[in-house]
Write a protein that binds this ligand. Sequence first.
Ligand code: BGP
Length: 492
Amino acid sequence: MKLAKFPKEFLWGGATAANQYEGGWNEGGKGVSVADVMTAGSHTEPRKMTWKNPKTGETGYIVKKMLQEADPLPPGAEPAVTDGWYYPSHQATDFYHRYKEDIALMAEMGFRAFRLSINWSRIFPNGDDAEPNEEGLCFYEEVFRECRKYGIEPLVTLSHYETPLQLGIKYNGFADRRVIDFFVKYAETVMTRYKGLVKYYLTFNEINLMGHDGYQAGALLREDEQKRAQGAHNQFVASAKTVKRAHEISDEIMVGQMLAYRPPYAYCCDPWDQIKRMDEMHDMLWFGDVQTGGHYPAYKLREYERKGIVLEDCPEDYELIAQYPADFLGFSCYGSFAVSTHTDLKPGLRGVDNPYLEKNAWDWTTDPCALRIALNELYDRYHKPLWIVENGIGWADELMEDGKVHDDYRIEYLKKNLRSVRDAIEIDGIDVMGYTMWGCIDLVSAGTGEMKKRYGFVYVDMDDEGKGTLKRYRKDSFYWYQHLIETQGEEL
Ligand code: BGP
């Protein structure tokens, strides 16, 4: 018997996020989101968050390192858009005005799924508004209708680093319990409005970011470990309530968790390196244990006890979390990382350098086995359908004079990664719903705010300062992916 490689219903496609792709930041009644006050940076220069003191009119900035707790704002200062800075989310790569052209390009490649986020601040500009913004609702309705026209399933992230900034200023974001209900109201509003148009939702993009960076993950303007723990807890409760409401609204809707996962490797067979690896897994996966598994794991509760972290006393939260876990698990995977207890090793971007792997200009690794390992680890642990909702490679692509982009490195990367997915399905029998390559049409980098770190099958003419015609060009990988989808990955 010939076993299926990629199942017939496999959801091939691409992924984006509003704050990096959509633009139109102050159009159509949209409010300001946490991303809109972030300037551009680079591989070596961190992004900045600009602020204003509304009483004195004074302005300034704080350095905002990715994956790190934000520096405190000066007393009286609030994050704000101020003069003289370039903010990449404001125009991004202009999906807001070009969605028809872009979705047509996706359809030409044969996409069956398109992951995008709804910009929460386009629907509830301040987060706590009594009524949603109709113009924002109409915009996404048109986008989803356009997808449906081509038989493309939208996969919608409800929160991808786009919490309305006012929720940060007024409530300290998800550190405050009241924000749970604002989120659930938003989720209910869109799930009801788009019933029949959207089946797949993800709640919080890379929810485990809350472990390190509360601002980006959930608008925490004042953060420490205690507040981030409460912020994560409140997001788990918000997710459980969203799952509950989704199933009441329609049997068709599935709500997934979205986790950042790269398998950690022990650098060598020293048993203490294995313990270190286990600790790294716990650090990433406790978020999955709660949101997809339904329970706080013992190791996390012990850690909270040791550190004196105490969550607000609401026993009903734990029932909700257990009763309404995520329906599926979506995850991002950009290679792996190695860890060691040995201090004489060369450091890597995270952990220590892995000499077996190639790296791009931003030191992100290409690992031909990472996805198969990740899929196995996650499936063994959660027994839920999985969806690779982000994977891909950032590269400073070059647009040739004839309008072509020869990105053979991207094709090679994707071949290696998709063979790994194929093996996980064919050899290991894992239930994989789909694969949406990150940044399918060039967009702004989340980590650095740069444009030159490109991921797409489609090149967008725009530079690091937002200048360019925004014209779209098909890269070589565009035709490669089109063929791959057409042949259902049989030739990989
Ligand atoms: C993930 C984020 C995305 C995306 C991607 C690539 O962590 O969910 O938003 O940007 O990483 O990262 P970068 O843009 O920094 O290259």
